[in-house]
Ligand binder design. Structure first.
Ligand code: F6R
Length: 234
C-alpha cells in the first residue's frame, strides 16, 4: 500500500489527478468512480484539466435504492453535477436504484463489470471501514447486491437529506470482490473524523469486520490522506 500524505483535500485532488493521468497514459479505459464529499476535490481537478474522457467508460460504486435517478440526492445526479456535465464519458454506469427488482438490477451490473474490468478505481472510506456501501461484515467475495445501510452510515449521510428519516435504508453496491478486481485503486481520506478508519485501514487486521482492510492484500493501492487523517499512524 502506497501512502501519500498531503496538506489538505485540495492538494489530495491534485495528487489524485497525477495518478489518474498516469493510469490513462498507461492505457486505462474503465474508471471506477465514487460519490461522497471526499472525491470532490479530485473531480474538480479533472474538470479543470484538459483530459478528454469521451472515449472512456465509468462505473460507479453504488446507488441508493428507491431513489429516482434525477433525485437531487441520487448518486446519478451527484455524478452528473460533479463530473459528467463537464467531462462526459463514452458510457457511464451507476446502479439503477429506481429498479425494485434487485436480481435484475444487480445481475445487470455484475455483467457490466465482467465485460468492463476496472483499470482505475477511486474510493472514499466510511468511518466504519465501508468501501462502496460494503458495511462491516460484508464478505470479501461479495459482488453487486442490495445492502442494508448501517445506522452509522444513515446518520453520516443525513446531512444531505432534510431529516434522518428521509435517508434511504438500502443501496445497490458493488461488492468487495468487484472493487478489489480493479487493477489500480486510489483511496482518499481527509480530516479528523477519518483518523481511526485510516489507522485500521493501514495498520489493523485484515477482517470482514473492517471491509477496507482487504486493500492491504491488493498489489496496487495508493491512499491519499491529509495530515489530520494520518495523525494516528505509527
Ligand atoms: C460513495 C461510497 C462511500 C463513501 C464513504 C465516504 O460512493 O461508496 O463508501 O466513499 O461513505 O463518504 P464521504 O466522502 O462523504 O466521507
Amino acid at each position: 500500500m502506497n501512502i501519500i500524505i498531503v496538506k489538505d483535500a485540495l492538494e489530495g485532488g491534485k495528487k489524485g489527478l497525477e495518478l489518474f493521468e498516469n493510469a490513462l497514459n498507461n492505457g486505462a479505459e474503465v474508471i471506477g468512480l465514487a460519490t461522497g464529499s471526499t472525491p470532490i476535490t479530485f473531480y474538480n481537478e479533472v474538470k479543470n484539466s484538459n483530459l478528454d474522457l469521451s472515449d472512456k467508460i465509468s462505473i460507479n460504486l453504488d446507488e441508493y435504492c428507491g431513489v429516482a435517478n434525477d433525485h437531487p440526492q441520487s448518486y446519478h445526479y451527484f455524478m452528473q453535477k460533479n463530473l459528467f456535465d463537464v467531462k462526459p464519458f463514452k458510457e457511464s454506469y451507476v446502479p439503477d436504484g429506481a429498479n425494485t427488482n434487485e436480481e435484475e438490477a444487480c445481475g445487470a451490473y455484475n455483467t457490466i463489470l465482467e465485460e468492463n474490468p476496472i483499470d482505475f478505481q477511486i474510493l472514499g472510506i466510511g468511518t466504519n471501514g465501508h468501501i462502496g456501501f460494503n458495511e462491516p461484515g460484508s464478505p470479501f467475495n461479495s459482488v453487486t447486491r442490495k445492502v442494508d445501510l448501517t445506522p452509522a452510515t444513515i446518520e453520516a449521510n443525513a446531512r444531505f437529506f432534510e431529516s434522518e428519516a428521509d435517508v434511504p435504508k438500502f443501496a445497490y453496491s458493488m461488492g468487495i470482490k468487484n472493487i478489489t478486481d480493479a487493477k489500480e485503486i486510489v483511496l482518499f481520506a481527509y480530516g479528523k473524523n477519518k483518523q481511526e478508519a485510516v489507522k485500521s485501514l493501514v495498520e489493523g487486521a485484515v477482517t470482514e469486520d473492517f471491509p477496507a482492510s482487504i486493500l492491504q492484500n491488493h498489489d496496487n493501492v495508493t491512499i491519499i490522506i491529509d495530515e489530520e487523517a494520518s495523525a494516528l499512524l505509527k
